[in-house]
Design a protein around this ligand. Structure first.
Ligand code: NIG
Ligand code: FE
Length: 389
């Protein structure tokens, strides 16, 4: 197998505290990396680098692990800019617009969905993202939920069945029948296409009993649990996530002290979605409070046409630093290693021997520039599984 030595790295962020400066970011200065095939084979100071078959000199840039975007709704059709503009003029976000995207998504062909998803994935890659989780949830019938997951699987192994996103209009007068469908025929069709199950457990979506039913059915089918919780109001989401041993509970805008204590005592990751809070004018989730309590935090885009039409992890990092109380180092860790933890993966989100060679080269000398220069195109190169994207 060809070994490629990558040098000219002014600052290498490994997200492995056993390396470099010993901080959580494990920063190595004047560093080098060796990649063999899809994996990292060596990491350290350039002076000590082993010989390799080929060499790439980056000429003095910061290198970070590829971003792990652990929460997206990437397979959809249409857009909701008018709804967004009304929000900016003071309308609240309720999730009511989901039905608009469901209608557009049902009307789209698989080819249209595939090409649209491909374009969004390309935007994400160009901004340093190397792993993307994708949820269903804009089909809300058996055939369309399965179709969304089939398209999603062309782009990622991290697919999530979100049949319990909202109750679709045709079941508005019989919620129970819709939950029966989700737990029955829809789950049978979608579980083989999914790694995870998710429920939007919130006001206007699904209540505690419904959420428990859907998650229990998913667990029986062998799916891992993640949850949309505590976005619009305080509620049972975090409690249920902890009880089910979820990998992650996402949004976390309205948390009680008990919620925070329960998260801190568990290994459930709290995933913050800065793009959603930004684009819905929601009160920002209090990342500082979570981190101070000892909770593991991830950051993801939540990319979707309603609450967060955002593909940029660097933007999410900048907002998390500016408005959620994270330090630049904590935000970068949350967007890489934190995302990997939210997906229960240890082969991504860091740069150490044996992991997937997924990284971004910044057009900057240090990772600080990600939050310091919001809106700049700082990602000069993205490498995924040992090859430049
Ligand atoms: O994570 N909150 C629920 N679902 C999405 C938004 C979906 C939409 O508005 O289309 C979210 O924010
Ligand atoms: Fe979401």
């Amino acid at each position: 197998m060809t070994a490629t030595l990558i040098t000219g790295i002014s600052e290498l962020v490994t997200c492995d505290p056993s390396q470099g400066d010993g901080s959580p970011l494990g920063i190595v200065r004047d560093a080098a990396l060796v990649i063999e095939g899809e994996r990292v084979a060596w990491v350290g100071e350039a002076l000590r680098a082993p010989a390799a078959d080929a060499c790439v000199d980056l000429g003095g840039h910061a290198v970070i692990p590829g971003f792990v975007d652990s929460h997206t709704h990437l397979v959809f059709a249409g857009e909701r800019s008018v709804e967004w503009a009304a929000r900016m003029a003071g309308e609240p976000y309720t999730g009511g617009g989901i039905a608009t995207t469901v209608a557009a998504t049902r009307a789209a062909s698989p080819e249209e969905l595939r090409e649209h998803t491909r374009a969004l994935v390309a935007q994400m890659h160009a901004q340093g993202t190397t792993t993307i989780e994708i949820k269903s949830g804009y089909g809300l019938d058996v055939a369309h939920e399965a179709r969304i997951l089939e398209v999603a699987r062309e782009f990622t192994d991290e697919t999530t069945f979100l049949g319990a996103h909202v109750v679709p209009p045709e079941y508005a007068h019989d919620r129970e029948a819709y939950v029966d469908l989700v737990c029955g025929e829809m789950l049978q069709a979608c579980a083989p296409l999914s790694r995870w199950i998710d429920v939007f457990c919130d006001t206007g979506a699904f209540d505690e009993a419904e959420t428990r039913r859907v998650l229990s059915a998913g667990v029986k089918m062998g799916l891992g649990v993640r949850l949309h919780g505590n976005q619009l109001e305080a509620g049972p989401g975090v409690r249920i996530a902890v009880e089910f041993g979820a990998a992650s509970v996402d949004h976390c805008n309205h948390l009680s002290d008990d919620d925070i204590d329960a998260l801190a005592a568990s290994d459930v990751v709290a995933t913050l979605l800065p793009g959603a809070d930004f684009s819905t004018r929601a009160p920002y989730a209090d990342g500082r409070r979570l981190l101070d309590a000892g909770v593991t935090v991830a950051i993801a885009t939540d990319c979707n046409p309603g609450s967060a039409y955002v593909t940029s992890m660097p933007l999410c990092i900048a907002v998390a630093v500016r408005d959620m109380g994270l330090t630049p180092a904590e935000a970068l860790y949350a967007a890489t290693r934190g995302g990997a933890q939210a997906l229960r993966r240890d082969d991504i989100g860091s740069l150490s021997v044996g992991v997937s060679a997924d990284f971004a080269v910044l057009d900057a000398p240090s990772h600080l520039h990600l939050a310091y220069r919001p809106g700049s195109s700082l990602v000069a190169q993205t490498w995924r599984r040992g090859a430049r994207v």
